[in-house]
Each structure stands twice: as C-alpha cells, then as structure tokens.
Design a binder for this molecule. Structure first.
Ligand SMILES: [Zn+2]
Length: 150
C-alpha cells in the first residue's frame, strides 16, 4: 500500500477514535476507552479478504445502522449497563455519521447496497481538523468536571 494511502487511513482511524473518545467522555459516565474501541470498530472491515464480497467489504455490513444496533444490544446484554450501551451507541454512531457524509457513504438501507453519500471530504485536512477541534473542545469542557485534572 502506498505511503499516502497509509497516512490517509491512519488519520481517518485516529479521527474516529478521538471523536468516539470525546463523545463518550463528554456525554456519558462510561469508560471513555469504549469510545475509542467502538469509534473505530466499523473499520475492522479493512481486514476482510477482498474475495469475500458484499456485504463483507469496506463500508459494507460493519457500516450499517443494523450492525450498530446489534453492537448496542450486545453491549447491553453482556454488561447490563445502559451507560455502557449508550457509550457504544454514541461511538459507533459517530463513525457512521462521519462516513455517511463521504463520497462513498454508507449503506443506510442495508441489506440494499446503495451507499452514495453527499461527497463531503470528511477525511480531508479541513474536516479532520474541525473534528479534532470539536473533540478537544468537548474534552476541555468536561475536564472542568474532573477534579483529578485540575
Ligand atoms: Zn469507516
């Protein structure tokens, strides 16, 4: 894989992790590491062999509302903790929201394959900077609530 592509993908995955972390840290009392794990979880599909085909492709099954719902229900079934399930939902929903605005979009109507997005450069430099700034803003806002950080 070419260096530019590796840097692009690394930046995109890090952005999903930061946004997920900030949302969980900012709006729940759950462990914010849940935001990192489930913020990047949909991109586990990069590891799917190309031979598998739809829906086990990048931006396929793991980028659908159905998959997100299954993870939230699964998180609740395992933890019996609504806050943890909310954290999972926030993190994975942020990933789907960001990716759905990209040119490739996501399959909102899964199992239908149609997935065109509005074509915004959501993983471009400007959008990445905006997402990081908003995430840092959320973390700074919540840092005031944490006596261990003062
Ligand atoms: Zn993705």
């Amino acid at each position: 894989m070419e260096t530019g592509r590796v840097l692009f993908l690394t930046g995109a995955v890090l952005t999903h992790a930061v946004v997920g972390y900030a949302l969980v840290r900012g709006f729940t009392d759950a462990d914010p590491r849940i935001g990192i794990v489930f913020g990047i979880a949909p991109d586990a599909d990069f590891w799917f062999p190309a031979a598998w085909g739809w829906p086990l492709v990048h931006r396929g099954l793991t980028h659908t509302p159905l998959f997100a719902l299954l993870l939230v229900v699964g998180a609740y079934a395992i933890s019996r903790d609504r806050t943890a399930a909310l954290a999972v939902g926030l993190a994975i929903s942020s990933h789907l929201a960001i990716d759905s605005l990209s040119p490739a979009g996501i399959a909102w109507l899964f199992p239908l394959e149609a997935s065109a997005g509005p074509g915004l450069p959501v993983h471009g430099p400007a959008a990445t900077a905006a997402l990081w700034l908003v995430s840092i803003g959320v973390l700074a806002w919540r840092a005031g609530d944490d006596p261990s950080i003062r």
